[in-house]
Design a protein around this ligand. Sequence first.
Ligand code: ZN
Ligand code: ZN
Length: 320
Amino acid sequence: MPFLKDAVTLVKEPQKLPVAPLSWFPPSLFAAFNVTLLVFLSGLFFGFPCRWLVQNGEWAFAMVTGPLFTLTFCSLVWLNFSDPGILHRGSTDEDPMTVHVVCVNQRAFRLEWCAKCCFHRPPRTYHCPWCNICVEDFDHHCKWVNNCIGHRNFRLFMLLVLSLCLYSGALLVSCLMFLIRASHLPFSVDKAMAILVAVPAAGFLIPLFLLLLIQVISVSSAERSFESKCRYHQGYNPFDQGFPKNWYLTMCAPLGPKYMSEVVCLQRPVGTEWIRENRPPSPPRSPEHRTPGPPNPQPQPPHTGGKGPPGSGEAAFSRR
Ligand SMILES: [Zn+2]
Ligand SMILES: [Zn+2]
């Protein structure tokens, strides 16, 4: 296949990795604060304006906001601890000079070498500098939950953004309705709490709606936030398979096997299953050495494993 020798890197990594690992404490504290803020504001809402509405026979507001709060809270906590699609670390025997090529929609792309994890990353897999892990189908690192958003938790992320949008809107409408219904009454603690809840709900609503809109557009065109500043080869996105299939692959297709195993926690080197180039062993290299590739690389067989295309979450099937 003539195009294999012209294989190019799929997407250049736009961010340089930090030299030293970042401290985990401040980001974790911020994520915990966000959960606390949600519970605190919800407590004020259900304890004051919502209670008044229920006592005056307005059950509909509680019946809408109650399930939405449960959904938002569960998805937020779940996303904090979810596995984004961590790929296990490679072997120290892995050779960064080995060239791996995959075909995506009839285009050949050379896989990038991750100097931190010591393996050739499958398509759309990137190293998160905040978590120091390689994540399959990496979208971005969400600082609000201090977790990567990748192949295994992207649906949960979308659910969280959607539920937050609906919940903020429901809180705002409920508080406004309470203020209208109780307008004939003197100013009270209930009214003060309704204003205290309505202001942040209104402030979050528009950014959340814009975020949801951006994510919907990204899913429709099979784009990822991390790659948004990069240019695909000749402006062509090889992962775009059309609107319906993009949504199916992102939101409905089976997730495939899970690679976040105990080897990740133990940081124990394990043997990778890549098919390696049959050539004499090269001298030891610095782990920071990246892969320019030999002058005439012999490409590996094209991506043949898995039921879906590379980047659909089944890219790891190309290991065999
Ligand atoms: Zn990595
Ligand atoms: Zn991360």
